[in-house]
Write a protein that binds this ligand. Structure first.
Ligand code: OXD
Ligand code: MN
Length: 597
């Protein structure tokens, strides 16, 4: 008979019921102590679930490999399960709760036989803050437990909190048979419940992250008047010592993590800028008594993409992942350190690739394609406290006040480097119409646009039309709403070369954004919004080709009129649910574009 370290009846009953379904051999409660963590690591090493990395070069670090067909979020197997289909909206996969529970139960049944069920009480946000949310994840994966200990505040303190409050998200996970045909990632916002089965990949199984902190939290935010967003949060300490905070949403692979912890470029460093990283992926934002929007990062770790991470693209992350980090699906080198495509240093002469095969550079597969050492979506899980730029405000329950919200996409031609929207409603339109193009590397799909409103398309836990309305309403609740901007680091010239160097140089644009927030510079009014005068961007130490900045800032009305066609098609799918304010923004933009033609 299980001993429960809690008096919370709801929790006890639920753990009992789930144990009856999954039939684990035993149940272990995660207390968050170092001793328990060390024992779990040992257990995982013995069972080859983890590989210990070089203790001198990478202390406290491990490598894990997932199944070959379990390397990324499976959006087609991810469902929002609400009583009415309309609640999930046209952009989500929907399943009726009864069907979803029935299908998943068949897979969960007896799935933990011969295994241990771990009970992880965790808090998203500081424990006990009224802005935080508690979850309890039941899992049969030690890898999940060890990752959750990095990504969330987990253990005893959360259980104590659950003696005082009853509300928690019920998260059930089993690897089951890791069978892609028996894999389901189910969200029941109306029951505050998440069920994930058949996967061992982070985004599907670290249920505090995308599942709770975005899909379930976005639904809770709608009811409780706050925003759960797929955004980085960073502080920019200005030369006068004042720190301004911004939140920014970009679709995957647009550099959110790199921006969140950038190191100022030499030319600007002399001014005394310093960056404070609050978060790289998720922002929970509320209106405070001062009428401003305040943001917290509910997580305590980074679950970042390894390939491309190096001292040039992200020196702070290179420091962060030198200790106490779990690497997933990267290449293992002979000296028990790790490597990935685009890492620092020499390409290793050999190694063991992410599929456990002997690897040499230049190796090709049967189709003549290079065999990668690390999977393109290989990851590291690292504590934020390791990051040299980690904010000292991480534990503050109110978080940080947001001066600017930035939306961005990857557009070769359309969007200028930066523009400021006219007001909150126009800013919501800019967010709702965000999009990215496929890169030139993908032959045949060049220029294909994927709409990803607020970078939330895969993460919004309810109808996106209601989500847009919620954003509009939030604007009305604020006396001092943040200004909303749009950036595009990816504009190219006629030869397809990037016009803007990106990475740390992006601080030059953030500087302009903060100047606008503080009414320190003027701007050119165009049909799409305010665009900088080139002279207002500090280019000290950066030599672009003559005329490049002008090209980066150009607004071509004909291109935007063409863009409106795609926006119309996207909006139409929401039928009459789309807030009329967004059609109004569409029409006034069209008029402005035509009158400026
Ligand atoms: C992530 C994602 O892993 O957005 O953060 O997919
Ligand atoms: Mn993300």
């Amino acid at each position: 008979m299980t001993r429960f370290p809690t008096h919370n009846k709801k929790l006890k009953d639920w753990v009992n019921r789930m144990a009856k379904l999954c039939q684990p051999d035993d149940i272990v409660w995660i207390d968050g102590t170092d001793a328990q963590k060390a024992a779990l690591e040992q257990d995982a090493l013995t069972r080859s679930e983890l590989i210990q990395l070089n203790p001198e070069k990478l202390p406290g670090c491990f490598l894990h490999r997932t199944a070959v067909d379990d390397v990324a979020r499976t959006e087609h197997l991810t469902f929002i399960c609400t009583r009415k289909k309309h609640t999930a909206g046209p952009t989500n996969n929907w399943m009726a709760p009864r069907t979803a529970y029935r299908k998943a139960k068949a897979i969960f049944k007896g799935a933990m036989r011969g295994r241990t069920m771990y009970v992880i009480p965790f808090s998203m946000g500081p424990v006990g803050s009224r802005f935080s949310k508690i979850g309890v994840e039941l899992t049969d994966s030690r890898y999940v437990v060890l990752n959750m200990l990095i990504m969330t505040r987990a253990g005893e303190a959360v259980l104590r909190q659950l003696e005082k409050e009853d509300n928690f998200t019920k998260c059930l996970h089993s690897r089951a048979q890791l069978d892609i045909n028996k894999r389901l990632i189910l969200h029941f916002p109306e029951d505050n419940t998440i069920w994930s089965v058949g996967s061992g990949y982070g985004g599907n199984v670290l249920l505090g992250k995308k599942c709770l902190s975005l899909r379930i939290a976005s639904y809770l935010g709608l009811r409780e008047h706050w925003l759960a967003e797929h955004m980085l949060i960073m502080g920019i300490e200005e030369p006068n010592g004042h720190i301004e905070y911004i939140a920014a949403a970009f679709p995957s692979a647009c550099g959110k993590t790199n921006l969140a912890m950038l190191v100022p470029p030499e030319g600007l460093k002399v001014k005394g800028y310093r960056i404070w990283t609050v978060g790289d992926d998720i922002a929970w934002m509320r209106v405070d008594s001062d009428g401003m929007l305040w943001a917290v990062n509910p997580e305590t770790g980074f679950f970042g993409v390894a390939p491309g991470t190096n001292s040039g693209t992200n020196p702070n992350m290179v420091e962060t992942i030198k200790k106490n980090t779990i690497f997933t699906n990267v290449l293992l080198k002979a000296d028990k350190t790790v490597w990935w495509e685009g890492a620092d240093g020499e390409i290793p002469a050999d190694g063991i690739d992410w599929q456990s095969r002997a690897w040499k550079p230049g190796a090709k597969d049967a189709n003549g394609k290079p065999i990668l050492g690390a999977h393109p979506n290989s990851r590291f899980t690292a504590p934020i406290v390791n990051c040299p730029s980690a904010s000292f405000r991480m534990e503050q329950p109110h978080g940080v006040p947001i001066s600017a919200i930035i939306f961005g996409g990857r557009r070769q031609h359309l969007a200028p480097l930066v523009y400021e929207t006219f007001n909150w409603q126009h800013g919501v339109f800019a967010g709702a119409t965000m999009a990215s193009e496929r890169t030139a590397a993908q032959v045949g799909e060049l220029g294909q646009v994927r709409r990803d409103p607020m970078a939330m398309l895969p993460f919004c836990g309810y109808n996106m039309a209601d989500y847009f309305r919620h954003w509009l309403n939030m604007g009305k609740r604020m006396a001092r709403p943040p200004k909303i901007f749009h950036v595009n680091w990816f504009r190219t010239d006629e030869k397809g070369e990037f016009l803007w160097p990106g990475f740390r140089e992006n601080l030059r644009i953030l500087e302009w954004i903060l100047d606008r927030c503080n009414a320190r510079v003027g701007a050119l009014k165009t049909a799409i919004g305010y665009v900088p005068y080139p002279a207002d961007i500090d280019m000290t130490g950066l030599n672009l080709d003559a005329g490049a900045l002008e090209k980066l800032l150009e607004v071509r009305n004909a291109d935007w009129l063409e863009e409106l066609k795609g926006i119309k098609k996207f909006f139409n799918q929401f039928k009459r649910s789309l807030p009329p304010e967004l059609w109004q923004e569409y029409k006034t933009l069209q008029e402005r574009l035509k009158s400026h033609e």
